[in-house]
Design a binder for this molecule. Structure first.
Ligand code: PMP
Length: 283
């Protein structure tokens, strides 16, 4: 692969970052993931808006201007011949001697790489995914997309040990989200319920897009917190993320949701989402 690092295009094994980089020593970095289909970028404006918001929240400057950022996205797709997959970008505060207090004028470290894989033909859509519930032990500012992902990574490993595909986090009796996706239910009355935005969860770009398209799937939606018990009583459940789109969830803690199979409205929403995103993809 050809990767991007601080203004340079390099073969992946030649891209080097300092061991003093604060992304490495303090997880002091922001990231974004954008899906690519047919070489085009999905939901790109949303990802850039969130990148700016995350950087601003922890006081890291945007490393390049917006026009250049879009050009870099197009260039990295072209240089790597990516048809389907993702673009990962990361901006850390920069490198200096390890110290909890950082210099305000550090030069951010900005890197980008691609990962090619079949995004559309995801075999998990057929079966749906299974999840287990666990306490949400992450820090409280989950609306900021930082690379502090250890808790989520350990939790997903634990879910795998228990034979599940993913984890859903629970705080004060209510579900926050999955390890790297937002979690939603469709009630027996046909209402899409998704947790309201706050610092308890990442404000998923796919979540926002899906809510905008709910009407097309004949679904009303409500934004409020809900419990594992309410989710188990729902007709359908699904998660959303940039590379999984709308993914059916068929059980929680070994107990089936609805029929225990991917729900019809969920699958319809997935189709509607994909069609809409392809129609608006930037390339
Ligand atoms: N929540 C978390 C914790 C995530 O890591 C992600 C994926 N980045 C999401 C939700 C989904 O966000 P998006 O739809 O923007 O990919």
């Amino acid at each position: 692969r050809i990767v991007y690092l601080n203004g340079q295009w390099l073969p992946e094994d030649e891209a080097k970052v300092s061991i003093f980089d604060r992304g490495y020593t303090f997880a002091d970095a922001i990231y974004e993931v954008t899906a690519v289909i047919g070489g085009k970028l999905l939901d790109y404006p949303g990802h850039v808006t969130r990148l700016k918001r995350s950087l601003e929240a922890i006081g890291i400057p945007m490393p390049v201007g917006e026009n250049e950022l879009l050009d870099l996205h197009h260039e990295i797709v072209a240089k790597n011949g990516v048809d389907e997959g993702l673009i990962y970008l990361q901006v850390s505060r920069g490198a200096e001697d390890r110290n909890f207090l950082y210099s305000e004028d550090l030069k951010p470290t900005f890197s980008m790489f691609t990962q090619a894989f079949p995004v559309l033909a995801n075999p998990k859509v057929e079966s749906g995914i299974t999840v287990v519930s666990m306490p949400d032990g992450r820090w409280v500012n989950r609306q900021i997309k930082t690379v502090q992902l250890l808790y989520s990574s350990l939790a997903k490993m634990e879910a795998k040990k228990q034979g599940a595909d993913d984890v859903i986090f629970v705080e004060d009796g209510f579900i926050t989200e999955a390890s790297s996706a937002n979690f939603h239910i469709i009630t027996r009355a046909g209402v899409l319920v998704t947790r309201h935005l706050s610092n308890a969860l990442l404000h998923g770009i796919t979540r926002g897009s899906v809510l905008g398209l709910a009407g097309k799937a004949d679904l009303q939606f409500e934004e409020r917190a809900f419990s594992v018990e309410e989710a188990l009583d729902a007709a359908e459940a699904f998660v959303t993320s940039a590379t999984n789109f709308v993914m059916p969830v068929v059980s929680i803690d070994g107990k089936a949701i609805g029929s225990g199979r991917p729900g019809a409205s969920t699958l319809k929403l997935r189709e509607i989402y994909i069609a809409d995103k392809l129609a608006h993809a930037i390339g």
